[in-house]
Ligand binder design. Structure first.
Ligand code: PMP
Ligand code: GLN
Length: 385
């Protein structure tokens, strides 16, 4: 049988590629973003209790009501906007599904969707799967600030949505209130929908605050806002996240959601709802800021040049000034680090449609100190490659 591929240009995600390579070569995996430490045992207990109490059948399509209530309370406490539990909150199978479903709900064939490069790798394939075209704005190295005049030039009558991601993967930058105001000015008086990927909302350091679209009254009126319990509670493998949107947008979202997954596993939802009472998301900045500082301390004597990391659990490094590697593109350097030095990372060029290369690679510091120390020790080899 001949398969006429719908997606001849879609390869395997860089996170899988680098994790596989790391496993094959016994490298310390600082590539794919996930913690190597366990979650709070109280969370496991709560999920186990839910399973043992017989909560093992379908929950409501939009998610367990207690979880939606807990989400509504947290969001209101943090950002001041009250989302309606019945009609404006949907629990999803990870943020990946939420992004896919939001795009499924709104993108018509021929529509354009603006994204900011470097861009998280799932957005563009999803836009294309729904017949849309991806339009690229650029966050320019080294500070990766949006250029709002340039973004304005990209808006056309076909622009259906703009996807934003703050705090930002892979650059660890975050947007200010002024950025949200600039975005608001750009979309006001249009029918452009904003999809705001805020999965790193609780990972902002140095006393700074996350600027959520849900805290911006006029943007929130036209936005899907997405967050992920995988990130917040160190359980990326559970794939539980949520989407917030005003009633009319959420009604369209649910039309797609009900036929993509229908709903998300019950005991995890009940356990998370119960666990949210402890408010441990407030501990995240302290926990991850300490890991960032520890990592930057132990890699200080390597020749890599580290970029700032005010948010997320990623930090990027430049290597182009090291004579032995100046001519090596990012994909080759990431491969070299993984297979020869024993530390896996992610080439930032994987987040550009044209493999734009700045000699920068990304490391994930959501790891135990011993893991970070082992990686740092291996990275010392770069001093005499
Ligand atoms: N968006 C961004 C920016 C991410 O970094 C990730 C995952 N790491 C996701 C979405 C997907 O989140 P989830 O694992 O909940 O699907
Ligand atoms: N978002 C994670 C990262 O950036 C990986 C998630 C995935 O593997 N799809 O590393």
């Amino acid at each position: 049988m001949r398969i006429d591929s719908k997606f001849p240009n879609i390869g395997t995600t860089i996170f899988t590629v680098m994790s596989q390579l790391a496993a094959e070569h016994g490298a310390v995996n600082l590539g794919q973003g996930f913690p190597d430490f366990d979650c709070d045992p109280r969370l496991i207990d709560a999920v186990e209790r839910a399973m043992r109490s017989g909560h093992n059948q379908y929950p409501p399509m939009a998610g367990v009501v207690a979880l939606r209530e807990a989400i509504a309370q947290k969001v209101e406490a943090m950002y001041g906007r009250r989302y309606d539990v019945a009609s404006e909150i949907t629990v999803t199978a990870g943020a990946t599904q939420a992004i896919h479903t939001a795009l499924a709900a709104i993108v018509h064939p021929g529509d354009e969707v603006i994204v900011f490069e470097p861009v998280y790798d799932s957005y563009e394939p999803c836009i294309r799967m729904h017949g849309g075209t991806c339009v690229y704005a650029r966050l320019a190295f080294p500070d990766y600030r949006p250029n709002w005049d340039a973004v304005r030039q990209l808006v056309t009558p076909k622009t259906r949505a703009i996807i934003i991601n703050t705090p930002h993967n892979p650059t660890a930058t975050k947007w200010s209130r002024a950025d949200l105001d600039a975005l608001d000015a750009l979309v006001r008086d249009t029918d452009i929908v904003v999809i705001s990927d805020e999965v790193y909302e609780h990972m902002v350091y140095d006393g700074q605050a996350h600027q959520s679209v849900s805290a911006h009254p006029s943007l929130a009126e036209r936005a899907f806002v997405i967050s992920s319990f995988g990130k917040t509670y160190h359980v990326t493998g559970w794939k539980v996240a949520y989407c917030l949107a005003p009633r009319e947008l959420m009604a369209e979202f649910r039309k797609a959601h009900q036929f993509v997954v229908f709903t998300v596993n019950t005991p995890a939802q009940i356990g998370i709802a119960e666990y949210m009472r402890f408010g441990t998301h407030r501990e995240l900045p302290g926990c991850y800021q300490a890991k960032r500082d520890y990592f930057l301390d132990v890699v200080r004597d390597t020749p890599l040049r580290w970029l700032p990391s005010p948010s997320t659990y990623f930090v990027s490094a430049q290597y182009g000034h090291i004579p032995a590697f100046a001519e090596m593109d990012e994909a080759s350097f990431a491969r070299y680090l993984t297979t020869k030095v024993g530390v896996a990372c992610i080439p930032i060029s994987a987040f550009y449609h044209d493999a734009h290369d700045q000699r920068v690679v990304r490391f994930c510091f959501a790891k135990k100190e011993e893991t970070l120390a082992r990686a740092a020790e291996r990275l010392q080899q770069l001093n005499s490659p």
